[in-house]
Design a protein around this ligand. Structure first.
Ligand code: PMV
Length: 360
């Protein structure tokens, strides 16, 4: 599908008012997206596990406005309370998606949203939050047209989510979603994420992601600034090529279930992401001493236990600990005993691979 497919919808009815609601998960990238062109076009392809427990629930009440003043009109409530500070981000999002949803200025919206994970946990809420809101608008659009296919709904939902936050486009479906043009993934696109279209070995069923909350503070450098610093970065060209190669390698690993190879790709991607940050100009470090202590403990334990526990990181200090369902009885007690002490206030989240957003 092309951008044009998403802007040329004709509506049969525009309802007076209604309510739509979606729950959408976060996701954790295995091959990382870091670096973009205009309009959230990724500099390299990425792939992620969709998560299950970390979700945003969003309910939108919409009502036709009496006076069409050519402005966006909405109230925004987070966990039941009005949050003025979140409104500029929503407004920017509405501006970006208006040309694909031309009814937006005809309505007043009351947007009610909440997260299943603590807001200040350092878990990026933009992927789950932007995708949940995008899907609410898609649900509205679906009720204005006849026979929208599920494929169109998911593609456009992902396309709109991307305009809110790049990685949000990987939260619509699951368990594995790929985003960004790649020669090795048929149907891949820079415009939206697609459900990974090839065979996946059952070892990845129910894969665990225990998220260790190492530092819950505000990040010193936002992802938008981080992406920006990939322009003119001395290693950018090689990094983007490496992501292509890693995606190709992962394809084999998903099909043959070789977890040793899986680990070497996933951990290398995590460290490369942070290496790009450390070699940006200006440079920055988002890991904390406890991030490194956790990584070292995982390496030591993996060696001793002959298990396949590994880590990945997103743009922050928290550590995502990944392991197969078949090893949880050995790995989880290790996490609780040896890794949780490195978490801020002992906080962690037990998550696992999930199937994507749900209509509420
Ligand atoms: O979606 P953004 O712009 O917040 O970027 C997210 C980038 C990483 O989380 C670091 C990697 C990824 O692919 O999700």
């Amino acid at each position: 599908m092309t951008e044009k497919d998403f802007s040329s919808v004709s509506y049969t009815t525009l309802k007076e008012e209604g309510v739509v609601a979606y729950s959408s998960p976060s996701n954790i990238a295995l091959v990382k997206y870091w670096g973009k062109r205009e309009n959230q076009i990724p500099a390299n392809p990425s792939i992620s596990f969709t998560l299950d427990a970390c979700t945003t629930k969003t309910k939108v009440h919409y009502k036709k406005k009496n006076n069409k003043n050519g402005e966006f009109s909405f109230d925004f409530l987070f966990e039941g309370e009005e949050k003025e500070e979140f409104k500029p981000k929503i407004k920017t999002f509405l501006k970006r998606i208006e040309r694909y949803l031309p009814f937006l200025k005809d309505y007043h919206f009351v947007i009610n949203t909440s997260n299943t994970f603590p807001h200040s946990s350092g878990i990026a809420s933009s992927a789950s939050g932007m995708s949940a809101l995008a899907l609410c608008f898609m649900q509205m659009e679906r009720s204005f047209v006849e026979n929208m296919t599920m494929e169109y709904f998911n593609r456009k939902g992902s396309f709109l989510s991307r305009l809110g936050s790049g990685s949000a486009c990987r939260s619509i479906e699951g368990p594995l979603v790929q985003w960004g043009e790649s020669k090795v993934i048929e149907g891949s696109s820079n415009l939206y994420g697609i459900k990974y279209p090839y065979n996946v070995h059952p070892i990845y069923d129910n894969y665990h992601d225990t998220i260790l909350l190492v530092d819950k503070g505000e990040k010193q450098v936002s992802s938008s600034v981080g992406h920006e610093l990939m322009h003119g970065h001395p290693y950018a060209v090689n990094r983007f090529a490496q992501a292509d190669t890693n995606l190709d390698k992962l394809k084999a690993v998903f099909s043959n279930g070789n977890l040793v190879d899986f680990i070497s790709i996933v951990e290398s991607e995590a460290l490369t992401l942070h290496a790009m940050m450390m070699t940006s100009s200006p440079y920055f470090i988002l890991m904390k001493p406890n991030t490194l202590s956790i990584i070292n403990s995982i390496w030591k334990f993996r060696e001793q236990s002959k298990t396949h526990v590994c880590f990945t990181l997103d743009a922050g200090a928290n550590v995502h600990v990944l392991y197969p369902e078949s090893e949880k009885d050995v790995v989880f007690p290790f996490i609780k005993e040896k890794l949780v002490p490195f978490c801020q206030n002992g906080q962690y989240i037990c998550d696992r691979i999930g199937l994507g957003a749900k209509k509420l």
